[in-house]
Design a binder for this molecule. Sequence first.
Ligand code: FE2
Length: 343
Amino acid sequence: MAHHDQLPSEGPRDHGPRGAVITPALAAIKDAQSLDDLYGVFNANHFTAGWHKKRPSLWNEPTVAFTPRHWRYEEATAALDRAGEWVGTDLAERRNLLMFNPVGDNDYATVRTVVSAYQMIKPGEYARAHRHTPNALRLILDAEPGLYTVVDGVKLAMNAGDVLLTPNWCWHSHYNEGKANGYWLDFLDVPLVHLLEPMFYEQYPGDLQPVTSEPNGHPFAYSRAWVLEEIARREADTDGIRRLTLPTRDYIPTIELSYLRIPGGCETAARRSTASRIVAVTSGRGKARIGDLHAEWRRGDVLAIPSWTTFEFGAADDSLLFEVSDEPTLRMLGFYRSSVMNA
Ligand SMILES: [Fe+2]
């Protein structure tokens, strides 16, 4: 009979001086006999006094929870090969091995805004098509002819050293029509999407998207040969290091992709910035210091560089490093800062 929910009160309701209903909270605030009483009322009503909060909300410079980390390709391939004895692409949406930073209850993000994973696909397998709002990209580590990705109907070959983009809301699926297992690294801004919450995900009806074109070149694909040619044209800095940033901003605005070519025997300057970075070793070997982590890296290894953590790399052999960073996001928001540390 009632056309709206009624408060369980009887008779005329109390009103304050400005006509506002005197709620239990308002009554308790008025009845408080001390500041401590008041804090109790605040807490029960989801207020907190700015001068009495449990922890500070501002601090002098970043206090970063994420930790420097090193993952080894050799361990990841062995783990994926073993898992492949039991897990097929029919069972798993993707046969991938995520690299999570052991901080708090995090069991997903590699650095604050980006997750990275090793992925393996066996001959004859395919990973069905889906799309999602998080941006994704891949660095191919080991591949034989016959390994490819389809992005919105465009067939793109996956050769060792290539980088392929699957931007926000593009359908993507992976195929191995070759004779050997294919291995690559995935990078996604999923943790950023988790923070901001605009997550959407969809599976392709019928699993497989049709191939509509197979172009020779495409802005979603960067071959190793092209990268080597381009980076050779860049001017070396005073330490002999060349840097190439891929022109991917129009497709993936949150993440910057760069290559760093470090000749054997050379070292980068120690620096830090507010960006979070993940570095993958495309070729070569060397050492890195990231905060208090000392790592010896080889081809295919992955290193996590959290925000505001000092890092430097030194190459034993001529090396090519691939860096994924959230620097454009920080820059867009006006939060980017960096400094070169004094030796
Ligand atoms: Fe995906």
